[in-house]
Design a protein around this ligand. Structure first.
Ligand code: SAM
Length: 228
């Protein structure tokens, strides 16, 4: 399968069965045990990133690109803290849901701004570019291109999360729970941390902070890298 196919499959998935599944996981309604575990794991990833940014004490001065924003799980709390958020996602349905949730939470449609866009077609320049749990849908070669493009949009900092290759065995279970039954139409790719760091460094960034989220069915390495 080539990368273009990956992208089409991912878009279609997150506009159909994937949308229904992930909207629930990234919500607060009733879910099964596996989905609850993934919900909690993902929330820890989001909380780690928010914790870093709040600690720095300058959120209200920042412009942030949230690439592959999903339903706004990160964008909405960051906008609540006063950052200017540019949220985008390849899936129209995820973006619609994100807009709706932002309106309910924040009561305005100005911040975050939402757009339906493949992250590789994003342009502009942002203080910080963030891309959480998106690379899992792409093989390393494609992920390298995506990371390089995101680096080109970042004035100061990039924050990425991905499923690390070291947890391969345990992750097989997770993949089964990601795409169960007949909706098993997308693949999950693991990435070696060393490969991700190499591509960040080759784009002129240096690693600053790292975090690792691990629950039973959810694994995510978070890296923050800045321009020296
Ligand atoms: N980043 C969000 C979060 O952590 O809450 C969502 C994570 S969800 C597992 C992956 C998201 O990436 C989906 O909403 C999907 O539509 C989006 N996505 C996948 N490929 C993308 C691409 N090439 N450009 C933009 N978004 C993409």
């Amino acid at each position: 399968m080539n990368a273009a196919d990956d992208k089409t499959i991912v878009r279609e998935y997150f506009n159909s069965t994937g949308f229904d599944r992930w909207k629930r996981i990234y919500g607060d309604g009733e879910v099964n045990k596996v989905q609850l575990d993934i919900r909690n794991g993902h929330q820890q990833t989001v909380d780690s990133v928010i914790g870093w940014l709040k600690n720095d004490g300058n959120l209200a001065e920042l412009s942030i690109c949230d690439a592959g924003c999903g339903v706004g799980s990160l964008s909405i709390p960051l906008a609540t803290e006063g950052a200017k958020i540019y949220a985008s996602d390849i899936s129209e349905k995820m973006v619609e849901e994100g807009k709706q949730r932002a309106l309910e939470t924040l009561g305005n449609a100005e911040n975050p701004t939402f757009a339906v866009q493949d992250l590789e077609s994003l342009s502009g320049s942002y203080h910080t570019v963030i891309c959480l749990d998106v690379l899992i849908h792409y093989p390393q070669e494609k992920a390298d291109e995506m990371i390089s493009h995101l680096c080109s949009l970042a004035q100061s900092r990039i924050i990425l999360s991905f499923a690390p290759k070291t947890c391969a065995l345990t992750l097989l279970k997770k993949i089964g729970s990601f795409f169960p039954g007949p909706s098993k139409t997308t693949r999950a790719y693991l990435h070696r941390e060393a490969d991700v760091i190499k591509i960040l460094e080759s784009n002129g960034f240096a690693i600053q902070r790292k975090e690792f989220t691990k629950t039973r069915f959810y694994f995510s390495r978070i890296l923050e890298a800045t321009r020296p």
